[in-house]
Design a protein around this ligand. Structure first.
Ligand code: SAH
Length: 395
């Protein structure tokens, strides 16, 4: 196995179990590893630190997997990690109300670059590192044997792959191809998911808990669900007795799926308006019309893909939240989210404070949202914490 020596002092993060070694930390590569090979990382005194996947195309030159020198990274090791991830989610697997969740969450489950989502009888897989790509066959074999799904579908079309120097993939990996729309359940609500063409891996199961929590406030209220996708927040609000729900999303497939989901759950279509439009534009129209809502939800896509994009993202979040706050009367609620890992909760609060000031509204935080337990955060890897949100009341 090729050994990679770190520069003196650069072993600190590895000792703290951070799973990324940046290219600038490398002193010497003893050999010529292929991208995706498992290498041994050693310190300046030649002592073992960890095993990881090498990649000279990426800013993260080694993605660490294992800190125990006696372990061998072979098929048994992968089976053990996959089984451990599934075992940690055992109570979710037995939940009769939900059959859509994340089984493997990359670094959080010691499999950097592997994401596996379970949607009823199908698995949707994202392979975002060259290391996992190299052992794809082994992983698929283990997943098929352990979980016995009907089919495993590849949704490795995220931009993260380009940073690793590998091309996008989308297609059937194993078993039977899913139908264009398959039905899943979450919080007792049925959703259609298009595994092949839906966003991300098909569904945003990271908002499961937040949808349920927010719905508790929806009884008898008018709700505006911005960036609705297939209606996660909208449908939970309906289930809990919202009187009127308006959903806005710019994607035709999102709106089409949302309409199917309203029918599947037998919600009254007269109490729902779906608008295929740009949210910023639509919020301005509502403002001009003098329209008000009791609850506004903002769940935009990732505005800051990296740290360098935070300033620009902050301006976009601020403007969006300012517009949303203007549609609320005193006592109204704003649920506002950010899924940008680079924007931490304190920064996000600051941005929303500026938005409130600009909107001329006094607000109080009544709840803080985060990501659910199937998207756990290792404290040694704070970058894994990406989803955050605030529930605000306008005073
Ligand atoms: N709230 C959703 C997930 C939102 S993901 C849920 O619970 O499932 C972000 C959504 O924003 C996507 O559906 C995407 O189509 C939509 N989107 C992105 N930019 C947009 C824009 N400018 N205006 C409206 N929708 C947008």
């Amino acid at each position: 196995m090729v050994e990679i020596k770190l520069r003196k002092g650069k072993e600190k993060a590895v000792l703290q179990r951070h799973p990324w070694v940046f290219s600038g930390a490398l002193e010497k590569i003893m050999g010529t590893p292929e991208n995706g090979d498992v290498v041994k990382v050693i310190n300046a005194s030649n002592e073992f630190l960890a095993y990881g996947y090498f990649n000279n195309q990426s800013r993260v030159a080694v993605r660490l997997l294992e800190w125990d020198e006696t372990k061998v990274i072979n098929e048994d090791w992968y089976a053990q990690k996959i089984n451990a991830a599934i075992a940690l989610r055992a109570h979710l697997l037995s939940n009769k109300e939900t059959n859509a969740y994340r089984l493997i969450f990359s670094e959080a489950d010691f499999l950097p670059g592997l994401i596996v989502d379970k949607y009823a009888d199908f698995l949707s897989v994202q392979i975002l590192s060259t290391g996992i790509e190299t052992v794809k066959g082994t992983i698929i074999d283990i997943l098929s044997k352990v979980l016995k799904p009907k089919g495993i579908f590849d949704r490795s079309d995220a931009t993260a792959r380009t940073h690793e120097g590998i091309t996008a993939e989308n297609g059937l990996l194993w078993g039977e191809a899913p139908a264009e729309f398959i039905a899943v359940k979450e919080n007792g609500i049925t959703y259609h998911i298009n595994i092949a063409e839906g966003q991300k891996s098909g569904f945003y199961c990271d908002q499961r808990d937040n949808r349920r929590i927010l719905a508790e406030y929806a009884k008898g209220k008018s709700v505006l669900d911005c960036f609705s996708y297939s209606g996660g927040f909208s449908l939970n609000a309906f289930k809990n007795g919202a009187t009127m729900v308006t959903s806005v999303d710019s994607s035709a497939l999102a709106i089409e799926t949302l309409k199917q989901n309203l029918v599947l759950n037998k919600f009254n279509k007269n109490e729902h308006i779906e608008i295929q439009s740009d949210v910023n534009k639509q919020l301005r129209i509502f403002k001009e019309e003098g329209k008000k809502f009791d609850i506004v939800i903002l769940d935009p896509p990732k505005y800051a893909p990296s740290r360098s994009a935070v300033d620009r993202a902050a301006r976009a979040y601020k403007d969006l939240n300012r517009l949303a706050l203007m549609l609320l009367e005193n006592g109204g609620l704003l649920a506002t989210f950010s899924c940008s890992g680079a924007v931490d909760i304190e920064t996000f609060k600051q941005i929303i404070a500026w938005a409130a000031l600009d909107a001329g509204k006094e607000v109080q935080v009544i709840k803080q949202f985060s990501q659910p337990e199937d998207h756990p955060v290792r404290l040694s890897f704070p970058e894994g914490e990406y989803l955050k949100g605030l529930l605000l009341r306008v005073l």
